[in-house]
Design a protein around this ligand. Structure first.
Ligand code: ZN
Ligand code: ZN
Length: 345
């Protein structure tokens, strides 16, 4: 069997024809399987949505309860048989809470669509597990050898020492509202930061949900507008775009920090006005992309998101069959959120 008999790229996104489903479709479809709640993967308006319970909750929080015609929650490891006898199961991707790789099994052939994933430890979600397969569909957000991410805990240590060094300045951390923001909070707790962590209104719903799911974030407080001038020495987490707007100017002499894998690129840090860039990524870096591809044992590799060509070239050097998918509509959730207007203060 050819991998294309099971999965093929379409204008709506990756399609499993025998089962009649799309993975993370970018346009409304009848039946969608969703890997995780980021807005470039999880969109409203599909007929039927299958995802982990956490991803379904996140979609409801972002789009309202009626984001799809009907939904089906699938726990990690549970096997569901679809049309045509195709079996699917969801496995942890280590990217954000509820994030999953989706395994398709059909006629003895195994294909894994990984969604977005990372290998670094993350206290806010289940750890990535390599799933043996014949075809592995991998992301390549940071698919260039220049991207080797430092340890997130070392980056958080920089933030804590800056807050201690400048006790009269507010430390504003721009972080993507789903996943990154809560990971920064959890890492701050691990680093021994005991004060309340203050947040922008746009982070409230998702952060509440993480707490309900038992992620240890400690005391998290919405920063009221008349309180901003008193927040010297505190750490405040907000969407990256809030650093650029009037909201941030009410804080005493703010230190702008941005938590993103892109902070590795100096021009990006400058462009976002990051005085304190924190290289914290929720995607695999170059070394982990290669390691993961090898661990799956797959002989066919399809590459999506970002720097596809470099990773395809690397795969070919390893004797693997590889091709770029050129799917449109996915990408960089962080860049997207920087451009988007912020709701709620
Ligand atoms: Zn994502
Ligand atoms: Zn993505």
């Amino acid at each position: 069997m050819r991998p294309e008999d099971l999965l093929c790229p379409t204008p709506q996104g990756l399609c499993c024809r025998p089962a009649g489903v799309h993975v993370d479709p970018t346009r409304p479809v009848e039946r969608a399987l969703i890997t995780h709640g980021h807005s470039d993967h999880a969109r409203a308006g599909h007929g039927h949505v299958m995802a982990t319970p956490e991803t379904l909750r996140i979609m409801a929080l972002r789009y309202g309860e009626d984001f799809a015609g009907s939904v089906q929650a699938v726990e990690y490891g549970e096997v569901v048989t679809l049309k045509g006898g195709v079996q699917v199961s969801f496995h942890p991707a280590g990217h954000v809470l509820g994030s999953a790789q989706i395994l398709f099994e059909w006629k003895g052939f195994r294909a894994v669509v990984s969604g977005d994933y990372k290998r670094e430890r993350d206290p806010t979600c289940a750890a990535f597990t390599p799933v043996p397969c014949d075809l592995f569909v991998t992301e390549a957000t940071f698919g260039l050898p220049v991207f080797r991410h430092p340890k997130a805990s070392d980056e958080i240590a920089k933030l804590v020492s800056s807050a201690e060094l400048f006790p009269e300045r507010a430390h504003l951390v721009g972080a993507y509202s789903l996943g990154k923001a809560q990971r920064v909070m959890a890492l701050l707790r691990e680093a021994g930061w005991e004060k309340p962590i203050y947040i922008h209104g746009a982070l409230q719903k998702i952060t509440e949900f993480y707490k309900e799911e038992g992620v240890p974030l400690g005391e998290v407080v919405h920063v009221a507008s008349d309180e901003r001038r008193n927040r010297g020495g505190d750490i405040i987490i907000c969407p990256p775009s809030a650093l650029q707007d009037i909201w941030s100017r009410k804080f005493p002499d703010p230190v702008n920090a941005v938590a993103s894998g892109w902070m590795r690129v100096r021009a990006r840090a400058r462009q976002q006005g990051a005085e304190l860039p924190l290289v914290i990524s929720d995607h695999a870096d170059w070394d982990d992309l290669g390691r993961t591809i090898k661990e799956t044992g797959a002989s066919d590799i399809w590459v999506t998101h970002g720097a596809e060509e470099a990773l395809v070239y690397w795969c070919e050097q390893q004797g693997l069959k590889a091709k770029p998918l050129h799917l449109v509509g996915y990408g960089d959730e962080e860049a997207e959120e920087i451009a988007a207007p912020v709701d709620g203060a």
